[in-house]
Design a protein around this ligand. Sequence first.
Ligand code: GTP
Ligand code: MG
Ligand code: ZN
Length: 312
Amino acid sequence: MHSELTRARVLAQYRGHWLVALEAENRLVTARGRLTETPVTGDWVGVDEGGAIAHVFERSGTIVRRAPGERGGPVSAHVLAANVDLALVTEPLPDPKARRLERFAALAASGGVPVALVLTKADLDEAGYETAAALARRMGVADAVAVSAVTGEGMGVLRSLLTPGTTAVLLGASGTGKSTLVNALLGEERMKTNEVRASDRRGRHTTVTRELLTLPSGASLIDTPGIRVAGLWDGTGESFNDVDSLATECRFADCGHDTEPGCAVREALDPERIAAWRKLQRELAWVTDRRAAQRQRDEWHKQITRQMRKSG
Ligand SMILES: Nc1nc2c(ncn2[C@@H]2O[C@H](COP(=O)(O)OP(=O)(O)OP(=O)(O)O)[C@@H](O)[C@H]2O)c(=O)[nH]1
Ligand SMILES: [Mg+2]
Ligand SMILES: [Zn+2]
């Protein structure tokens, strides 16, 4: 069916246009008719002879968040990147926020994407490596690195995580130094970077598109705009395996790891870790409710339409 299509990778997504990598060249293309999915950065697509995307191949490893919508409005999914093998979750030293790391890690894990912690700006913190190791232990993440684009510290370790032929994505708040890392790995100033605000060290949302770049090693890396709201959409994946496995040893099967006696989770884990888990669980319960209500409403609409057709 797709024999006349050329396979290509989406490098960047614009309004109604996509930059795709064809075997011989990069080309800006449109889309043909109604696609089952809107192509996103990292997608493998089929481009037809007229130069339009006609097919989106099945994805593996996606970064999906809840689209930031209006309060009370419908909830929907926003796919940030597709066919990702590793998420590099970034937070800056000397004061990396565990909560933010846990949220981004959950987002990646929920799409089946393994996580590595990347603590940036290691030149500003002498204990960066120890902090990275401690956070990784707490979060149950195997790979953690403290890097500095200024001194080059940790860049070798970071490079070793980026296997040729695989795709990694940088995920983190604005100003954490994602684009600076991309430039350091590329060996050229390809991406624009910007100083953080002096008052509160927040970034200025310099990067505005999700862009897939090929590193000299042959690994692909997706730079993303700093995410303001990383709302969960579909569970927390394996990012809270510690809570989940300890929970089987709690005295009560429905233990909330709060004030119940015989709680194995509270016995073993840091209260802040449990608090982070609880916060994300509450948010997910809300999203799941909203999604169920929407599905019900859609179903109801369909039924009404069917009945009106029959009687009309
Ligand atoms: N001291 C120090 N500063 C760094 C390092 N890496 C990045 N920065 C600085 O942090 C600021 C923000 O870096 P960017 O690379 O623009 O951050 P970003 O994460 O891409 O931000 P957005 O595109 O807005 O999401 C810049 O002023 C960088 O020079 C580092 O290793 N050490
Ligand atoms: Mg950037
Ligand atoms: Zn418990």
